[in-house]
Write a protein that binds this ligand. Structure first.
Ligand SMILES: [Zn+2]
Length: 132
C-alpha cells in the first residue's frame, strides 16, 4: 500500500492516470534494452571467436591486447544493459503491485519529473543522491 499522505494528494492521482502510458514506455524501454543486450552478446561471441582465431597470445600480441580491451568493454556494456533490464522489470512489478512512483527506500513519492526522465527509477531524488 502507498503511504496515506501519497494517496491524499494530487500527486498520487496524477500518477494513477498516467499508468497505462508508463507501462507502454517501460515496455518499449524493455524491448530496446533486450535488443541492445542481444547485439552486445553477439559482439561478445564475435570477440571470443576473433580471440581464438588470433591464436591467443594475449600478453604479447598487440592484436590480443586490443581484443582483451574490447572484450572487457563489451562485457561492461552488457552488464549495464542487464542492470537496466532488471530496473525496468522491477519497475513493472512495482506497477503491478500498485507501488509505482513510491520510493523503495523512504516510501515517499518519486517526483513526476524524475519518473518522466527515468521511468524505471526506484527511489526519489533525495534517496538516489544519498546512495551515491
Ligand atoms: Zn526516497
Amino acid at each position: 500500500m502507498p503511504p496515506a499522505f501519497a494517496q491524499s494528494n494530487g500527486w498520487y492521482a496524477g500518477i494513477m492516470t498516467k499508468l497505462p502510458e508508463v507501462r507502454r514506455r517501460l515496455a518499449a524501454d524493455r524491448a530496446a534494452a533486450l535488443a541492445q543486450l542481444g547485439r552486445l552478446e553477439r559482439d561478445q561471441a564475435d570477440i571470443v571467436a576473433a580471440a581464438q582465431a588470433a591464436n591467443g597470445d594475449d600478453e604479447h600480441d598487440p592484436e590480443g591486447a586490443t581484443i582483451a580491451f574490447e572484450r572487457e568493454h563489451t562485457a561492461a556494456l552488457a552488464g549495464q544493459a542487464r542492470r537496466h533490464l532488471a530496473d525496468i522489470d522491477a519497475a513493472l512489478s512495482r506497477l503491478d503491485a500498485g507501488r509505482y512512483g513510491t520510493c523503495e527506500r523512504c516510501g515517499g513519492p518519486v517526483s513526476p519529473a524524475r519518473l518522466a526522465a527515468r521511468p524505471a527509477a526506484a527511489t526519489c531524488i533525495t534517496c538516489a543522491a544519498r546512495a551515491r
